[in-house]
Design a protein around this ligand. Structure first.
Ligand code: CUA
Length: 157
């Protein structure tokens, strides 16, 4: 009988631990869902066109030294609003998402090489040193038109 009592205590202790553990896991999963880390956040891929900033793709000046370039990738093109044009020497924050499948947003001759996943907003900040025209290509096989998926960004003085 004595042992049985201890077993009960341990069993209760075990259940309490399990419940505590599960609620910690549950709470942190919930918290992560609401405070995503690393500049990634989620978006309804069905509603990209209605969700800011993707309802108005293009370049927007945020302050003296910062611009935001919003781009929607879909098979097999990038929608960057009017022509992508940004100044050299300023921070450009790229925000890209996809409406369909996985693409990439890769700017030739730079270290910008982002994977673009439907349901996620990928953010990358980059400062162009040299003015000129840069090719933007899709590096992620996305279907029959993959090789024709590209656009251009013009970096001005
Ligand atoms: Cu888009 Cu390959």
């Amino acid at each position: 009988m004595h042992l049985h009592k201890y077993e009960k205590i341990w069993l209760t202790f075990g259940i309490v631990c399990l419940v505590a553990f599960l609620s910690i896991v549950g709470v942190s999963a919930f918290a992560q869902d609401h405070t995503p880390a690393g500049g990634m956040h989620t978006i309804d891929p069905e509603k990209v066109r209605e969700t800011a900033p993707f309802n108005e793709p293009g370049v927007k000046q945020l302050d003296d030294d910062t611009y935001q370039a919003t781009i929607v990738a879909s098979a097999f093109a990038y929608d960057e609003g009017e022509a992508l044009q940004v100044p050299a020497g300023k921070e450009i924050i790229f925000k890209v998402t996809s409406t369909d499948v996985v693409h990439s947003f890769t700017i030739d001759n730079t270290n910008v090489n982002m994977m673009v996943v439907p349901g996620q907003v990928t953010t990358k900040s980059y400062t162009f040193k040299e003015p000129g025209k840069y090719l933007i290509i899709c590096n992620e096989y996305c279907g029959t038109g993959h090789h024709y998926m590209y656009t251009e960004i013009e970096v001005t003085e």
